[in-house]
Design a protein around this ligand. Structure first.
Ligand SMILES: [Zn+2]
Ligand SMILES: [Zn+2]
Ligand SMILES: [Zn+2]
Length: 344
């Protein structure tokens, strides 16, 4: 019998296909499709091929936009939103409209031509997290923005484009994204009723039953979520309650890098280097405004969602908002636990 499972945070239902379920090893990624690779503007020495850098980690004796850096952030050359101008929010009949204001930045995670974040060192991945934190904090000072979303498109079918150089993106928006708002509202409802954080409750439960637990190290856990939408969907959460990713202390960033690298390496080795996306879900910018996400410190809990792109979303998902997951998360977790994360 297939199971309908409800996500405890946002109340989204998913169908976990147990009868027609495939074995975990039937999801291995096919050889990467996509057009041939393009010349790389992100390698050290090609700084002139990118827009002027916004941020970098480099020794102080090296000038900006020149070699010598370890990590760089540049504006997107094809931004979804523009940084200049005012919002000018207005009504157009019953429709809302505002100018497409926002920030769209590319985080070049390494000066070397490395395709997958799984292959960066823990130290380098930890610098990537520090960079995310510094950039989010900087953008928070801009009162036009309400949220900053960090995400990654890895591989052609995940939107990674034709350049195989590990990078992530940050988009600051003048409105809160709907997906994040659903989580914030769901988490607040749960907190109002139980006086506990729903994510903390999930962590406690998953540590007890262990069947969806993939890793439990250094203050973080990686789990296959109970109501997974996709095969091998993985969430990483800090075990200690915190709503704000940017409050992660420097000492914890290396621990996060360690579990992140292990998870990405398990996906890479276990599933044949699949394309994937990840997002960091953290609290929105908290501003001095009455009633504005006042309880978020208590009821929300930041996390990273990682989704390998092994199946396609089709008409039913699109039309209903239901997802059909062809692999029970318990099987995904069992499979990933077995894959060695040791670097080959
Ligand atoms: Zn490169
Ligand atoms: Zn919590
Ligand atoms: Zn989330």
């Amino acid at each position: 019998m297939p199971e309908l499972r409800k996500d405890p945070v946002i109340g989204r239902w998913v169908i976990i296909a147990t009868e027609r379920a495939k074995r975990p090893d039937q999801f291995l990624s096919k050889a990467t499709e996509g057009p041939p690779e393009k010349a790389c503007p992100f390698c050290e020495g090609n700084e002139a091929q990118t827009p002027t850098e916004i941020y970098s980690i480099r020794p102080s004796f090296t000038p900006p936009n020149k070699p010598g850096w370890e990590l760089r952030v540049v504006p997107s050359h094809a931004p979804f939103l523009r940084i200049e101008g005012d919002l000018e929010r207005q009504g157009r009949g019953l429709f809302d409209v505002m100018n497409g204001i926002g920030a769209h930045e590319i985080i070049i995670e390494t000066n070397k031509h490395i395709d997958n974040m799984a292959d960066l060192s823990e130290e380098q991945t930890s610098k990537v997290f520090t960079c995310y934190i510094d950039r989010i904090r900087d953008l928070e000072r801009d009162m036009r923005f309400k949220y900053a979303l960090v995400f990654k498109n890895q591989g052609w079918t995940a939107g990674g484009g034709r350049i195989k150089h590990s990078r992530s993106q940050l988009i600051a928006t003048p409105v809160n994204p709907k997906r994040v708002k659903e989580e914030l509202v769901g988490a607040r409802l749960y907190y109002n009723y139980h006086e506990r954080c729903v994510f903390c409750d999930v962590i406690k439960h998953e540590l007890e039953i262990k069947e969806r637990l993939i890793l439990d190290i250094d203050g973080f856990i990686a789990i296959a979520p109970y109501a997974a939408r996709f095969p091998f969907e993985v969430w990483i959460l800090p075990k200690k309650h915190s709503c704000d990713f940017t409050s992660l202390e420097p000492g914890m960033r290396i621990d996060l890098a360690r579990i992140m690298k292990k998870v990405l390496m398990k996906l890479k080795k276990g599933l044949n280097d699949p394309p994937y996306n990840y997002v960091i879900h953290t609290a929105p910018f908290r501003r001095e405004k009455v009633g504005y996400w006042k309880s978020v410190d208590y009821d929300y809990h930041w996390h990273i969602e990682i989704i390998p792109r092994l199946t396609r979303v089709a008409g039913f998902e699109w039309g209903t908002g239901f997802y059909i997951c062809p692999l029970p998360p318990e099987d995904a977790a069992g499979f990933l636990r077995e894959v060695s994360e040791a670097t080959a």
